[in-house]
Design a protein around this ligand. Structure first.
Ligand code: ZN
Length: 214
């Protein structure tokens, strides 16, 4: 039931561009079949993220799809992706949070890319669930390399003290839904959550579009 009403659209698949009269989430049946839906809790050992949920498995299809979203300027794919994330929230009945914060990217990177991919997802989730979203509370201040090109040690070094909180009154004692696109080691989410909690946040629920972890 959830499937239908989330994403009414015209009849061209957002991914393969085939004509299809019964698109769901903007995708034709063939593309939908290649998405492995998870809508599950991820058991990642973290000190600061209270709960972490993920929507789809990072298989080869999703990888290609997400890569196009992030690096090939196909920002419109946020509609499809956020639909899967909304489905996770509906299915698992995750409604108990006060506000939404996207994992930030550096403003220079955003200027180059033209958008923050996690913000587009978060914004759509906020609209759908009628929750406030804050883009300028958690800030990425350090320019860092793409995490996927680094090993674990380099990732930690790369990200250490790269996030800061501004306007901390907004998050004081709040339950926050923290949105990101891909979770692999969980380090980004962990560092964001640490910063948020050290600035007064009460609880962090992570929601990521995709993960290679099963
Ligand atoms: Zn398709």
């Amino acid at each position: 039931m959830i499937d239908k009403f989330l994403f009414p659209t015209e009849n061209v698949c957002s991914f393969c561009k085939d004509y299809d009269e019964n698109l769901i989430y903007g995708l034709c049946e063939e593309c939908r079949d290649r998405i492995e839906e998870l809508h599950a809790k991820v058991n990642l050992k973290t000190d600061f993220v209270d709960d972490l949920y993920v929507s789809i498995f990072y298989n080869r299809f999703a990888k290609d799809f997400i890569h196009q979203y992030k690096f090939n300027n196909k920002s419109y794919l946020f509609k499809t992706f956020s639909s899967y994330m909304n489905k996770t929230l509906c299915k698992l009945e995750i409604f108990d949070y006060d506000l939404i914060i996207p994992v930030p990217i550096h403003r220079r990177k955003e200027a180059i890319r033209g958008y923050n991919q996690s913000y587009l997802l978060a914004n759509e989730i906020a609209k759908y669930n009628k929750k406030p979203i804050y883009k300028d509370v958690l800030i990425k201040r350090k320019w860092t390399k793409e995490q996927n090109k680094l090993n674990l040690y380099e990732r930690r070094l790369n990200l250490s003290s790269s996030f800061i909180v501004k306007r901390e009154k907004i998050i004081l004692d709040k339950k926050i839904l923290l949105i990101d696109d891909i979770v692999t080691t969980g380090m980004t989410l962990e560092l964001c959550s640490k910063e948020l909690k050290e600035n007064g946040a009460d609880k962090i629920i992570g929601l990521c579009l995709s993960t290679p972890i099963r």
